[in-house]
Design a protein around this ligand. Structure first.
Ligand SMILES: NC(=O)C1=CN([C@@H]2O[C@H](COP(=O)(O)OP(=O)(O)OC[C@H]3O[C@@H](n4cnc5c(N)ncnc54)[C@H](O)[C@@H]3O)[C@@H](O)[C@H]2O)C=CC1
Ligand SMILES: O=C(O)CCC(=O)C(=O)O
Length: 630
């Protein structure tokens, strides 16, 4: 305990998320015809003073004049501000109460609204230093007490001189006047508080940045409400993940970095070192080599369906969970496949290209309806099954083949072998997953088994099809048309060229892996994946993880949660429970699930516990990762 330290906390934009005088203006000027204009002026004066660009005292007088506030506005202001207490201040009420003797609010705002708010958090009334309003006979808040040091330029410095606190002084605030306390030698440290507003001129001067009160408490080894400051969780999002995901992670308090393309193995090995959460789409290869460099990686989000680009076993061995979005772009792929089936059946691409060149080729030759045609779906998973339903609705006869038993939807007919399907149908479409065993599952033999004039689609993964065999089948006329969305080699960014033997072939639709690239799908994915990841980080829930044992956990209530990931060998659970017993820890709930490689044990324990247990849990043989939530 550091009882000889004093913590000076600013009010506006630090204790609360907003500037109180701006909020007061929203109330006092609500019926004023030039409300927006005046509020803009008030805000400008506040920002200028807070960034150290103008006289504080002059600005305060000017703002009060503009606000035309009345004492009757104060109750409404107070209730608004109570709603806007900063998140990290709100959750760390216990710290504020426990350290109340050492915590001071020093603000150039006004006691009339500060006191009722901060005292609810245990701040002592005698430790609140702020201005006070003066009012005229009608109750208008016309001015302020000019004798108060905090109404003057360099007021905070003057006040701190007068207080002469007998110990180390730490200042937490967002404004330049807070920094000036340290500059004047009256504080040992200044922490620029950036949870609500980032003032560049202040951040540039600050030796310490506190994106939240949690970070301040963490750095100073003070008691915190959460186990780890969220701003220390760094997220790297590659391949143009939708901005909605960036926003969700930032809102959670994480540090987010984005890149528009995929990274090479070498680049990722370098970048991954400090990353806690990695977000990718289908291109970035997360190899064992990359994972060996990932010192802090907790989880990977595949912002897509396929996860063949990630070494899932290596992730398991390293205790890294992987989540994907199994249904978010399903419909988009199905719609593209259907559109392509029609385009290819009608030879639209060739005719459109000719017309662009001025050639009018109106004819019905080689052009067919899809109604009554036989569609063969290879891989009857989520995409295959949904395609089956929509294709039947268009009057197609659906056949499917899957390596596992699948419920047949509508009138779809199951084929026992791939060969059987290929011999029967007019159109073959691949919707298998990209597991390594599927490499070249479709080659010369499979094309040979098809009827002459078949249409072929691949919207699954590039390596599934032997491209040479596909090109040969197109050139020989075995295939009448093809649509290919996925390729064995795909450019990492839009600025790289695309090379393929498929280029230039007639009645071949080539699309740059856009089966799932619709606005709807990208927004769905950008909501789904971050929420799964944040749930895992905040509660340990692994429900929906593609590599971890799936545990759906109850909410953490009045307990601490120990999260232990270990190699699945006999005796680990017994060892964990021995450690808990040795440390007299009371278990409130325990959940275990294992898979072939790892065991995942969650233990909820009493909030009062011996801290040694954390060290001991890490030492349990075969531990891969351990963390504690509270
Ligand atoms: N082009 C694009 O933009 C997109 C491509 N995809 C790809 O589509 C794939 C399928 O997606 P979902 O239907 O959601 O996956 P899913 O996992 O629900 O279905 C895949 C099905 O293929 C079956 N399968 C695997 N190997 C097979 C084989 N050799 N022969 C027959 N059946 C086999 C599986 O048993 C499973 O039923 C994804 O794994 C992904 O690679 C997914 C979304 C977008
Ligand atoms: O949109 C993407 O980047 C990848 C889509 C895809 O292939 C998938 O969801 O598996």
């Amino acid at each position: 305990m550091s009882k000889d330290k004093y913590y000076i906390i600013d009010f506006d934009s630090t204790f609360t998320q907003v500037e109180a005088l701006d909020e007061l203006g929203l109330i006092s000027l609500q019926n004023h015809p030039d409300k927006e204009g005046i509020l803009e002026q008030v805000k400008h004066i506040t920002d200028s003073a807070m960034s150290g660009n103008s006289s504080f005292a002059e600005g305060l007088a000017k703002r009060l004049e503009l606000l035309q506030a009345h004492q009757n506005h104060l109750p409404q202001l107070i209730s608004r501000l109570k709603e806007k207490v900063s998140d990290s201040i709100r959750r760390n009420k216990d710290f504020l109460k426990e350290y109340a003797d050492q915590i001071y609010i020093v603000s150039s705002g006004f006691k009339e609204f500060i006191t009722p708010i901060v005292t609810e958090y245990g701040i002592k009334e005698e430790n609140i230093y702020a201005n006070t309003f003066t009012q005229d006979e009608q109750g208008n808040l016309t001015n302020f007490d000019k004798e108060n040091l905090l109404s003057m330029d360099k007021g905070k410095i003057k006040l701190l001189e007068q207080l002469a606190l007998p110990g180390d002084v730490y200042v937490i605030g967002d404004g330049y006047t807070d920094y000036e306390i340290k500059e004047a030698g009256l504080a040992n440290r200044f922490y620029a508080f950036t949870e609500n507003v980032v003032r560049d001129s202040v951040v540039a001067k600050a030796e310490h940045i506190a994106p939240s009160l949690d970070e301040f408490l963490y750095q100073n080894k003070l008691p915190m409400a959460i186990s780890y400051p969220k701003n220390r969780i760094s997220v790297l999002l590659l391949e143009n993940v939708h901005p909605q995901a960036v926003e969700l992670f930032r809102k959670e308090g994480y540090q987010v970095e984005t890149a528009s393309g995929a990274l090479s193995e070498k680049e990722l090995c370098e970048k991954i070192k400090d990353v806690s959460i990695l977000g990718i789409r289908s291109k970035t290869q997360v190899t064992r080599k990359v994972l060996e460099q990932a010192n802090r990686l907790m989880t990977i989000g595949a912002f897509c369906i396929g996860t063949n680009q990630i070494d899932l076993d290596a992730c398991l061995e390293a205790g890294i969970t992987v989540f994907n979005a199994p249904y978010s772009n399903t419909r988009s792929v199905v719609e593209l496949a259907l559109g392509e089936i029609i385009m290819l059946s009608r030879g639209v691409i060739g005719k459109s290209n000719k017309l662009h060149q001025g050639e009018w080729d109106k004819s019905a030759a080689g052009s067919f309806e899809v109604r009554d045609k036989k569609l063969g779906i290879v891989g009857y998973g989520n995409i295959g099954a949904q395609l089956s339903v929509l294709a039947e609705a268009m009057g197609m006869e659906v056949y499917y083949y899957d390596v596992v038993e699948k419920l047949q939807l509508g009138n779809a007919r199951k084929c026992s072998t791939l060969q059987e399907l290929l011999e029967k149908v007019d159109i073959v479409t691949l919707h298998v997953d990209g597991r390594p065993d599927n490499k070249h599952m479709f080659g010369a033999e499979e094309f040979a088994a098809m009827q002459k004039g078949t249409i072929f689609l691949n919207l699954s993964r590039g390596h599934v099809v032997d491209l040479d065999a596909l090109v040969a089948s197109m050139k020989s006329g075995k295939l009448r048309g093809a649509a290919v969305d996925v390729f064995p080699e795909e450019p990492a960014t839009n600025s790289e060229p695309f090379e393929s033997e498929l280029r230039g072939l007639p009645n071949v639709i080539l699309t740059p892996h856009i089966g799932g690239s619709t606005s709807e799908a990208q927004v769905n994915i950008a909501n789904f994946v971050p929420n799964r990841i944040m749930d895992y980080i905040n509660t340990g829930n692994t429900y929906g993880s593609v590599n971890f044992p799936n545990l759906q956990l109850p909410e953490l209530k009045n307990a601490h949660r120990l999260i232990h990931i270990h190699a699945n060998v006999p005796g680990v659970l017994a060892n964990i429970n021995q450690v808990l017993a040795k440390n007299h820890v009371n278990i409130l709930g325990q959940y275990l699930k294992t898979n072939e490689h790892v065991g995942y044990v969650i233990t909820d324990i009493d909030k009062i516990y011996d801290k040694q247990v954390v060290q001991d849990m890490r030492q349990v043989p075969h531990t891969i990762k351990f963390r504690m939530l509270y």
